[in-house]
Design a protein around this ligand. Structure first.
Ligand code: COA
Length: 267
């Protein structure tokens, strides 16, 4: 499935997650005021404590929306109220669901500006990243530090109009992989090679020079809204991706293909 064919549908109330499924949800964080109040009531004391440390009102609202929507989405799979969901953090800070028996629901979240993405699967390491497409003054320095020799050469060979999207595709694919592993992107990121050419299918090419190890993973690029680039990584080469739109998202924020698909879904 290419990004332009990626359709972000409204979900059923109780989405069914099969063993090889990845569900990615898109939430718009700039919500109407009454939604913030409702979402804030679902947060834990720990989350409310983090909220106090955020200096700006807009960032506090986005934090409430990002975490409130995360709870609402997870509650559809766990069949418990959003407020009762408990998390713990692994030793590197990756949030995980507490109190799970049998099949484990795995998830990860990323946010950029007014948009959050949530990745959900069963029993497999999963990570997600999203970035707003903007001019980055330090793109060249970041690429020389975090991208491989081959990735840098491929990036430089692109025309200037394609370089920014290629840079952020490369970044989000690597970051999604590292978040699946539960670590932040680090200096060893150059040893994880991905495809980056716009139009080329997202793939993990090698891990420390080992193409075999990379074949255990799948990466999908994500185009959730105009101006955003994302990726989800999972340790399951057979993974099937479905993209859901949070029902409260305003239609005007969506790419045209998604708006048309949603209208035909309703008719
Ligand atoms: C924390 C980190 C894992 C991701 O940070 P980020 O890119 O700023 O933020 P994202 O939106 O992708 O992800 C944030 C979410 O990841 C989750 N997260 C935190 N630590 C994590 C970890 N070790 N592994 C996986 N997920 C983690 C959290 O749920 C967090 O959300 P919250 O803070 O609202 O609870 C880490 O990679 C980092 O600090 N990266 C540097 C970011 C950077 O330099 N970006 C430049 C872009 S060009």
């Amino acid at each position: 499935m290419s990004d332009s064919e990626q359709i972000w549908r409204y979900p059923p109330n109780l989405p069914v997650l099969e063993a090889d499924d990845i569900h990615v949800w898109c939430g718009i964080l700039d919500q109407p005021t009454r939604s913030f109040r409702e979402l804030e009531q679902t947060l834990s004391l720990d989350e409310l404590g983090r909220l106090q440390e955020i200096p700006s009102a807009i960032l506090r609202q986005r934090f409430i929306a990002a975490h409130g929507l995360m709870r609402k989405i997870l509650s559809r799979y766990l069949a418990i109220p959003p407020r009762q969901i408990e998390f713990f953090y692994d030793r590197r800070g990756k949030p995980c669901l507490a109190n799970q028996n049998g099949d484990r629901l795995e998830f990860n979240i990323a946010h950029s500006r007014s948009l959050a993405l949530y990745a959900i699967t069963k029993n497999r390491e999963i990570g997600i990243d999203v970035e707003y497409l903007r001019q980055l003054e330090k793109a060249g320095i970041i690429a020389s530090q975090f991208f491989s020799f081959r990735e840098n050469a491929e990036l430089r060979a692109l025309s200037p109009e394609l370089q920014l999207e290629a840079f952020l595709s490369c970044w989000t694919r690597k970051e999604a992989y590292f978040k699946a592993r539960g670590i932040g992107i680090t200096e060893c990121a150059a040893q994880v090679e991905v495809t980056l050419h716009p139009g080329q299918k997202a793939r993990l090419l090698s891990l420390e020079g080992d193409a075999g190890a990379a074949a255990d993973w799948a990466i999908h690029s994500l185009a959730p809204a105009p101006g955003y680039v994302g990726a989800v990584a999972i340790k399951n080469p057979r993974a099937r991706l479905t993209c859901w739109q949070w029902p409260g998202n305003a239609e005007s924020t969506l790419p045209r293909a998604c708006r048309n698909a949603l209208r035909s879904q309703r008719n």
